[in-house]
Ligand binder design. Structure first.
Ligand code: CA
Ligand code: CA
Length: 171
């Protein structure tokens, strides 16, 4: 059992990144997430949207490694995540938004592009979060809250800060 609500939430964030559940966050977890999203929405890896998603996943991994992989072994251990990533991202949520944005932008495009304004329907945005390991009820509540004007769509402008808030939760 976790000793506090805060620790439970941090453990959930770690689990969301550790997509293959092997106890560490590494490059493979990000490509696993990209692959799962492409499969969920039936988008070929070799398409423009598929390549953009893989590029975004790599940039996301590089950004996270730069923040948290202190010993440089190309893996973010649970300890490195808690002592490095959580504290540094909490102190600088904008930095997290910056490193996550290309991946989230590409993920929304995979879920359903809408001309220049990249957006997805509420249902598709929930599917994205579900594939990334966010529980259904949490995903649905979060996405519904984002769709402030109730038009059934959420945009990158709304999603990026929300994801940054989720992962940079403070004590
Ligand atoms: Ca892993
Ligand atoms: Ca490491």
């Amino acid at each position: 059992m976790f000793s506090s609500e805060y620790e439970r939430r941090i453990a959930a964030r770690f689990a969301a990144f550790d997509q293959d559940g092997n106890g560490a966050i590494d490059r493979e977890d990000f490509s696993v997430a990209a692959k799962a999203l492409l499969a969920e929405f039936g988008v070929p890896a070799r398409s423009d949207r598929g390549q953009a998603l893989y590029a975004g996943a790599e940039a996301f991994w590089q950004g996270m490694a730069g923040i948290a992989d202190r010993d440089g072994d190309q893996r973010i251990s649970r300890e490195e995540f808690v002592t490095g990533a959580v504290k540094r991202l909490r102190d600088n949520p904008d930095r997290f938004a910056e490193i996550a944005r290309p991946f989230l932008h590409a993920a929304l495009a995979v879920a359903g592009a809408d001309g220049d304004a990249v957006a997805a329907t509420v249902d598709d945005a929930v599917r994205v979060l579900r594939v990334l390991g966010v529980p259904q009820d949490v995903a649905r509540t979060a996405v519904a809250a984002l769709d402030a004007d109730g038009d059934g769509r959420v945009s990158e402008r709304e999603v990026v800060p929300a994801v940054a808030r989720y992962f940079t939760v403070s004590e």
